[in-house]
Design a binder for this molecule. Structure first.
Ligand code: SER
Length: 326
């Protein structure tokens, strides 16, 4: 990687991925962009930042050309719950934004990272041990854009030789930027509520089992996949990856091990519950483990311990974005 463009850089994944790329490759080599006007306040002052709506192909081309970018981490996207409230806008951002990125990558010979999601599966896929190659009939607009994105990335690789790679992320748990409008957001919100109020009212049922991952593992996975030897990648786009498969009740129990007075109630949001019920409980990620050495570092206990420490010391400066992937 010589010069890296990040879209959706102030979103839940983008803030930490940009930080990691800046540390690894240096301030001159990372061009952060987002629909938001402001860079994240945790990044070094010297880093390059531009406002970019990924639907604006002209500005995207100018940035890639001016900085001679050779790698694009394309994170800008609407998440599952918010996409259900504005499906046409979600299609426009998630699909036309990706097409603009793939076209600029084709013209300028860039590699592309595309985050797909557990949401790319629907209820017809096996719920447990969901195979890497399985039936994908998602019932959400978000999921439809993710499957379409996987296929477009495959197409650009096979048809034009663009080096596209991707991961099917599970719910991502982070403490530097909040997710905006996802179904798995409860697994982030719960920590802030636990630290501040010792109570959380969860919008999913107690027994809603879903795959999750702590953000440091999600960032390491993206960087490792993009650095992997291309000859070893059979499933280059959309590798299943997961680190834990948990319910809200199990997460609350683990938090109680640290904060014994923490309590949780449930007021189920029918929209997000229906989305969660249509997703796998636990994906099989053996293809990622075998093809490029995926190995998560954080299980439930390690993640909860670190989240509580980080949140207790880092409550200020958070940015609830609604325009970046996770
Ligand atoms: N975290 C995302 C969401 O809940 C799933 O990829 O929408």
């Amino acid at each position: 990687m010589k010069t890296i463009l990040v879209t959706g850089a102030t979103g839940q994944i983008g803030v930490e991925l940009t930080q990691a790329l800046l540390e690894r490759y240096g301030g001159d080599k990372v061009i952060a962009t987002d629909y938001n006007n402001q860079p994240h306040n945790g990044w070094p002052q010297t880093s390059h930042f531009f406002r970019l709506d990924v639907r604006d192909a002209t500005t995207l081309n100018e940035i890639v050309e001016n900085y001679q970018c050779d790698t694009i981490f394309h994170l800008a996207s609407l998440l599952s719950a918010v996409a259900e409230t504005k499906p046409l806008e979600a299609w426009d951002i998630n699909i036309n934004g990706l097409l603009n990125v793939l076209e600029v990558a084709r013209t300028h010979r860039c590699s592309v990272f595309f985050p797909s999601s557990v949401g790319a599966f629907g209820p017809e896929a096996p719920s447990f041990d969901t195979p890497q190659d399985s039936l994908q009939r998602p019932k959400t607009l978000y999921g439809i854009t993710k499957v379409s994105g996987e296929l477009l990335c495959d197409y650009y690789y096979h048809r034009f030789g663009v080096d596209t790679r991707g991961l099917r992320y599970p719910g991502l748990i982070s403490n530097k930027a909040l997710p905006g409008g996802g179904t798995t957001d409860y697994a982030v919100d719960i920590f802030y509520a636990a630290v501040k109020n010792r109570h959380y009212d969860c919008f999913l049922r107690a027994d809603t089992q879903l795959d999750m991952m702590y953000m440091p593992d999600a960032i390491a996975a993206a960087i490792k996949l993009m650095a992997a030897d291309r000859a070893s990648l059979r499933h280059r786009n959309a590798f299943n990856v997961t680190a834990m498969s948990i319910t809200p009740e199990q997460l609350a129990d683990e938090i109680q091990n640290h904060l014994p007075d923490f309590t949780m109630t449930y007021t189920v949001d029918p929209l997000r519950q229906a989305i969660a019920d249509s997703w796998p409980r636990h994906m099989n990620d053996s293809a990622a483990r075998n093809e490029w050495g995926w190995l998560p570092q954080y299980d439930l206990a390690a993640m909860v311990k670190d989240m509580l420490i980080q949140i207790a010391t880092r409550e200020n400066g958070l940015n609830r974005g609604c325009y970046a992937a996770g």
